[in-house]
Write a protein that binds this ligand. Structure first.
Ligand SMILES: [Zn+2]
Length: 578
């Protein structure tokens, strides 16, 4: 009896103790993507001001305070295509801020390659820019000189040095929490070579994402790590409704597998527990079937520090595997309850003071804001059309190219313009934010048949195109398309200054030649426009930002303001037929 009572007592004691001694380990993963050097707020989401990296850092700190076991990760495009305050200084400010925010890992995105491989290695390892004096300015802003480089790890499992076969950066990083570790495999977009300047990545090879991930699994498990997270700079899911940043836009079904990230997830080894994505700049919180049909969480935090993904994972105490995941996309809202992190505020303002004289230079006046939001039917934006007009103006005369039309890639239009400083004044900072890549103009000759082929290549299933990618066109050039027509036969009408080049889908004079201006990025096949590479009589032109400045400087007086309506922005240059 005594023994029985003792046992019962022991059992009840054990029952109380059990959850404590074998407590599974809870880890907080704080994730974001596509920061793009947005040290200051990039604007509103659903009418709420969001971001500013000092505010963002306060959100990160708040999440971090909830659990001493935490890790902060970025899924690429941390730098590149940045506003002036970061890009003027070759994104050194962003790296320094991320060091102070204690970022752990950044999977390399396509934009990390914007200034080439050598410059990206400098971002990791530090040192001064070889030529530009706007580098290593730490003495003026209170950071170490020379530039300290990233104190966090760049990861790129699928980017190899062609000669050595080694990865440019480690394939994965690990972080320990108690007795267990989590592995973070970092991947960039396999398609990076088609969207960055070829010269900067000549020595590199970009491999298939899913194959690369699956091949790493045995090595990671051999190290006794079962908790495996993928940080991948690829997305591509359909945008959700405005403000629906914490939902999945649609149920993911097999018909959605054409979308890059769903297709990749569908091939993944079941050992991968969580996929944190980037690149598409639409926030989502999805579950997508992997190779065995198990639904795994797939997240995306919008970009520009507007949203942060708050993820809690539970590690099994015995195996260390992830046994439960909860996640939330949180809006990085500016409000009174959020106190920006002071040291970061001070640092970004120090850089902003250095950039200010250049940024504030007024170059013109405009009557209304010009936005980069694309008309969903014809893919045109006022900003894209204005840039195309500026590029045509800069290359129209015979000695600058003799151009008759200009075509601009939509992805190269990075910001809206107008209403900064005081209403209507266009500053250098504004045009720089709109065109931050430092691309130069190229004017080439195409036959009408070749030009039609360029336009056909904008639509899916034609010449390797997967997703519709519409170019912005200059005034005077117009076309109509029928998306329901067969691939490569969708251009129904095409005209230049009232002269028909295509009618009823037929070329009127296929050999008629035209001078066309584009930027060097798409001229060399960027954004998948391989058809632009066939142009002849190539003449190099000015920088894209200089063309835009020249164009807008003529509107420098109040009575001569740039009028988007008078410039025929908003009048359809491209028409989608029903
Ligand atoms: Zn990207």
């Amino acid at each position: 009896m005594f023994i029985r009572r003792l046992c019962a007592g022991l059992l009840s004691t054990l029952a109380i103790i059990t959850p404590v001694v074998s407590a599974d380990t809870q880890v907080k993963i704080i994730a974001f993507n596509d920061f793009h050097g947005n040290l200051f707020s990039a604007g509103n989401v659903a009418d709420v001001p969001v971001g500013g990296v000092d505010v963002f850092a306060a959100y990160v700190d708040k999440l971090r305070a909830q659990n001493p076991y935490n890790v902060v990760v970025s899924a690429g495009d941390l730098i590149g295509a940045s506003p002036l305050v970061s890009s003027l200084f070759h994104d050194e400010p962003t790296i320094e801020v991320m060091n102070r925010l204690r970022l752990d890992f950044n999977a390399v995105g396509n934009h990390e390659f914007d200034e080439g491989t050598e410059e990206l290695l400098r971002m990791q390892h530090g040192g001064c820019h070889p030529e530009d004096v706007n580098s290593c300015l730490g003495e003026k802003v209170g950071t170490p000189v020379p530039f300290e480089g990233a104190q966090f790890g760049f990861l790129a499992a699928n980017v190899l040095n062609q000669q050595t076969g080694d990865t440019l950066f480690p394939a994965y990083g690990t972080k320990a929490f108690g007795d267990h570790e989590i592995a973070f495999i970092g991947l960039t977009l396999e398609g990076t070579p088609s969207i960055v300047l070829a010269e900067g990545i000549r020595t590199l090879q970009f491999l298939d994402e899913a194959d690369t991930i699956n091949a790493l699994i045995p090595e990671i498990r051999a190290r006794g790590i079962e908790a495996i997270v993928v940080l991948i700079h690829e997305g591509g899911l359909r945008p959700s409704a405005a403000g629906a940043y914490n939902t999945c836009m649609d149920d993911i079904t097999s018909s959605d597998l054409v979308m890059p990230i769903a297709e990749i997830v569908s091939q993944l080894d079941d050992a991968v527990d969580l996929v944190i994505t980037g690149h598409s700049s639409v926030a989502y919180n999805c579950r997508i079937p992997n190779s065995v049909g198990r639904l795994i969480p797939v997240t995306h935090a919008q970009g520009a520090a507007a949203v942060v993904t708050d993820i809690d994972v539970l590690l099994d105490d015995v195996s260390g595997n992830i046994v439960d995941i909860t996640l939330n996309n949180v809006l990085v809202e500016q409000n009174e309850s959020v106190v920006p992190v002071e040291g970061i505020t001070r640092l970004i303002h120090a850089y902003s003071d250095l950039a200010q004289p250049l940024a504030d230079r007024v170059i013109g006046v405009m009557t209304a804001a010009v936005t980069r939001s694309n008309d969903p039917t014809n893919g045109q934006s006022d900003a894209g059309n204005m840039i195309a007009d500026a590029q045509l103006a800069a290359t129209r005369s015979p000695d600058t190219g003799g151009a008759q039309l200009a075509l601009m890639n939509s992805g190269g239009v990075r910001a809206n313009m107008g209403a900064e400083l005081y209403p209507g004044h266009i500053t250098y900072g504004a045009i720089y934010s709109m065109q931050p890549f430092g691309n130069s103009l190229v004017t080439m000759t195409y036959t009408a048949a070749q030009l039609k082929e360029v336009l056909e290549q904008q639509f899916p299933e034609c010449l390797g195109r997967r997703q519709r990618t519409l170019l912005q066109v200059s005034a005077g050039f117009s076309y109509q398309f029928d998306e329901s027509a067969p691939a490569c036969n969708r251009i129904i009408e095409m005209s230049l200054n009232g002269t028909r080049l295509v009618e009823g889908g037929q070329l009127i004079d296929p050999e008629k030649t035209l001078r066309v201006t584009v930027n060097n990025f798409i001229a060399d096949g960027g954004d998948g426009f391989t058809t632009l590479g066939v142009g002849t009589d190539r003449l190099a032109g000015v920088l894209d930002i200089d063309a835009l400045e020249q164009y807008l400087v003529q509107y420098s007086g109040p009575d001569n303001a740039y009028d988007p309506n008078a410039a025929s922005l908003g009048k359809p240059r491209v028409v989608s037929l029903p």
